[in-house]
Design a protein around this ligand. Structure first.
Ligand code: M6R
Length: 608
């Protein structure tokens, strides 16, 4: 969701900006633009096409200082006039990620002051506001600082001025931004992947930081305005990890990376003989001893991971668990319980609703917090007392795949640690579960081998407009996840139901045109599920069943069965996720959609 890149160097920065934007494309965007300062002039180019189009349009643009942006529309439709950078009087240019909540009143007062607005965005007020202070004689840094103090909302910004060829100003509050450190050149970006071609030395900015970058160094000022040092870190992200390689799409690559991602996430645990709370942080043992329940807050796919975990936590660890959609929880009047462990789950760690939900929980008196997250330096990790990092590696495809299965693995570890601490796990069970976790990557690999069959099956969905997903128990959230994957990348309307709910309404939708996809693990609910499937078949519904070995669900007229290699007990939801990801992927190929960048969606939802 909106990407920022900026650079100050002794060379032409346009190729750096464009390459950076290309690498941020996965975040989702509908327009792009850049501005460079050269010889006292601001040159600005914008496009409503892809970054490739912006590249063509910028062929004649160059300069040693510049900012660039991919925009995901919030205020104002996607159009060239609303694309960033936004200029004030052709002297100051601003790129912005986030939402300014008091932009209407600022716009009104700036209009009275004589500023003419040429876009519908909230960002343009930032450009004019900075200009208004700069015109009063403040330095660009001071003008930016004063302007920021007048803004209400979330932002990461980059600012340049044509009269300041040796200065790039940036700031963050509520939206991610980092600095890249080169030799005699410095960069800013929304995430590290954008800067990998130029540097791996990065400085993660804190909330409220404002930075002045010059060619011979930079100064960081904290939220209180005091100059401060922040550590320079070497990013472990490699270029290969963000490159497509031999795959057709990032989503396909990331589906196939799951065995390795799971092995990496489970590495420390699988190498040891027993589970210890310490994997969640130094204070975990004391925290876990003090809690009486779990409250999980997350959005989208991450929320589905939480919903699976609820079954595990209550059944194995005997601890009450509630799972809430973060965007609802943040505004809901709920009953706080300071003895609850608040668990936030997020791939990006920057999802605005999840951050707000965590802050809301804290404000309500919740003190025990744990982040399960894929990005170590992210806001959610920093805001939480405990953490367990999934080690899925960068996830570029908008549809979350390897992040989900590694979240599940992390949540299973949480379940086992809590079960052990609460005296509900014998030594023998512990070593059995550790054995199953060690086996998990190869079990996932076997499911991936179903790919050619699933690709074939997907052809049957090419002309479909609706689909129903069924699951029971801890596989119901997997049905939800399967439906979400299908709708987000193939644009087929898909719903998921616990199979037992069918006759309470959705059965009315079933006819020969409604494919019904069912997750059929060989568990205690199997016979119940089989009856539910009969109900579908009796109404002429076409069934697609992902069935474990020994379920005895057979191919028949209108029943297509994909045989899953093995039943994985409690870890079965992880295995059953894989074919649904592959199904969504191949159906999207049939439909010819933009798999990695589905319409209207962004990878990291950093605005409300
Ligand atoms: O980064 P997060 O895990 O916090 O993101 C939450 C959702 O936006 C995300 O899972 C979304 O639902 C995915 N695009 C689904 O594939």
């Amino acid at each position: 969701m909106c990407g920022i890149v900026g650079a100050i160097a002794q060379r032409n920065v346009v190729p750096i900006l464009l390459e950076g934007l290309q690498r941020l494309e996965y975040r989702g965007y509908d327009s792009a633009g850049l501005a460079v300062v050269k010889e006292g002039q601001l040159q600005c180019v914008r496009s409503t096409g892809r970054v490739a189009d912006l590249r063509e349009r910028s062929a004649a643009t160059e300069g040693p200082l510049g900012i660039a942006h991919t925009r995901w529309a919030t205020h104002g439709v996607p159009s060239e006039r609303n694309a960033h950078p936004h200029l004030s009087n052709d002297r100051i240019a601003v790129v912005h990620n986030g939402i300014i909540e008091n932009y209407e009143e600022l716009r009104a007062s700036l209009t009275v002051a004589g500023y003419v607005f040429t876009s519908d965005t909230d960002t343009e007020v930032i450009a004019h506001l900075i200009h208004s202070h700069y015109a009063q004689g403040l330095s660009l840094l001071a003008a930016t600082q004063v302007s920021l103090s007048e803004l209400v909302g979330a932002y990461a910004i980059g600012v340049v001025a044509c009269d300041e060829p040796d200065r790039l100003i940036c700031a963050r509050r509520g939206s991610p931004l980092l600095l890249g450190v080169g030799i005699g050149e410095y960069f800013i970006a929304s995430d590290v992947s954008a800067l990998l071609p130029v540097t791996r030395q990065v400085v993660y900015l804190e909330e409220g930081d404002v930075v002045e970058l010059k060619r011979d160094g930079y100064r960081i000022f904290d939220a209180g305005g005091a100059q401060i040092e922040r550590p320079v870190q070497t990013s472990e992200l490699s270029n290969e990890s963000v490159e497509l390689g031999a795959y057709r799409h990032y989503m396909q690559k990331e589906i196939h990376e799951q065995p390795q991602a799971l092995a990496n996430t489970l590495e420390s645990v699988c190498n040891s003989q027993s589970l210890v709370p310490g994997i969640f942080g130094a204070e975990a043992a004391a925290t876990f001893a003090d809690i009486d329940s779990i409250l999980i807050l997350a959005c989208g796919t991450s929320n589905h991971a939480g919903q699976v975990a609820r079954y595990w936590l209550e059944e194995l660890a005997g601890i009450p668990c509630r799972v809430e959609v973060a965007s609802e929880y943040r505004y809901r009047v709920s009953v706080p319980n300071p003895k609850a462990l608040v668990v936030v789950i997020s791939q990006s760690g920057e999802t605005a609703d999840t951050q707000a939900a965590l802050n809301h929980a804290k404000a309500q008196g919740h003190v025990h917090t744990l982040a399960i997250c894929n990005v170590p330096e992210s806001a959610l990790v920093r805001l939480s007392k405990l953490r367990l990092l999934t080690r899925a590696g960068p996830e570029i495809g908008v549809a979350s795949t390897k992040a989900f299965t590694t979240q599940l693995a992390a949540l299973f570890l949480l379940t086992l640690v809590l079960a052990k601490q609460r005296g509900r796990l014998t030594e023998q069970q512990e070593s059995q579960y550790l054995h199953e976790l060690r086996h998990l990557p190869s079990a996932v690999q076997k499911v991936l081998d179903l790919e050619p069959q699933i690709a074939k099956l997907a052809e049957r969905f090419a002309d479909k407009h609706n689909a129903l997903f069924l699951g029971r128990g801890m596989h119901f959230p997997i049905a939800l996840e399967g439906a979400l994957k299908l709708k987000e990348i193939s644009y087929i309307h898909a719903e998921a139901y616990p199979a037992g709910e069918l006759k309470h309404g959705p059965l009315a939708l079933v006819d020969k045109d409604m494919p019904v996809i069912s997750v059929a693990p060989n568990d205690a609910l199997l016979e119940k599920l089989k009856s539910n499937l009969q109900e579908v078949r009796a109404r002429g519904g076409e069934l697609y069943v992902f069935a474990d070995a020994d379920t005895h669900i057979r191919e028949a007229d209108g029943i297509h069965v994909m045989q899953m290699p093995e039943h994985a007990g409690y870890l079965s939801p992880i295995l059953h996720t894989i074919p649904l990801q592959l199904l969504a992927y191949y159906v999207a190929l049939q439909k010819g959609t933009d798999v990695d960048k589905p319409r209207n969606l962004a990878k990291s939802v950093t605005v409300e």
